[in-house]
Design a protein around this ligand. Structure first.
Ligand SMILES: [Zn+2]
Length: 191
């Protein structure tokens, strides 16, 4: 039987594709009001999973040809978040009451501030931000999804020691003084 070749992919695909990128970070937190052992200071190896959804770009000679969004561009934002706000940090300096639920909302808000203009350029959206407290069985995670993501109110996110939203939006978290305060290796090295 003759099987017809499907031929080359068309230059423009209008089918949405979902990209997922993950980072891992180790950090400490303490939940003073918890009625169990979480009221004691302890640590987790968190996994942050970020999903971007959108149409595959046409193959037209531009750098993003054939992509939804550049993984490298997303990776640069996640690396900045990892190094400056999350890895080997006291998460009480990032959010005043760092439950997984509050952390994922704050992380999603910072990602939106940083990525929204470039996502809009290619018709893509941040569709899910999910935070696992440990990524082993039984895994616990907190997730915020579109369309709720786009409605996160700025008033919910007061500035904290490790997170000044206005500075983050202007890229000022890259200031040399802040970078100089990071541990050697930018948080990638094992403790
Ligand atoms: Zn915990």
């Amino acid at each position: 039987m003759l099987i017809e070749s499907p031929g080359p992919l068309p230059p423009t695909l209008h089918i949405p594709v979902h990209l997922i990128k993950e980072i891992k970070f180790a950090a400490a937190h303490q939940l003073d009001h918890h009625d169990g052992k979480c009221k004691n200071r302890h640590g987790h190896t968190y996994v942050l999973q970020v999903e971007i959804s959108g149409p595959v770009q046409p193959v037209d000679g531009k750098p993003e040809s054939g992509m939804v969004f550049d993984f490298g561009r997303l990776g640069r934002t996640l690396k900045r978040l990892h190094d400056l706000c999350l890895d080997h940090k006291d998460l009480g300096d990032f959010d005043p009451y760092p439950t997984a639920e509050r952390l994922v909302l704050r992380i999603a808000y910072l990602l939106l501030l940083d990525l929204s203009p470039e996502l809009a350029d290619v018709g893509a959206t941040l569709s899910s931000v999910k935070l696992f407290e440990e990524h082993t069985f039984p895994a616990c995670s907190a997730e915020v999804r579109a369309p709720t993501l786009a409605l996160l109110p700025a008033a919910f996110f007061p500035d904290t020691k490790l997170c000044r939203a206005a500075d983050w939006a202007r890229g000022r978290h890259d200031e040399p003084a802040i970078l100089a305060s990071l541990p050697e290796g930018g948080g990638e090295a094992a403790a």
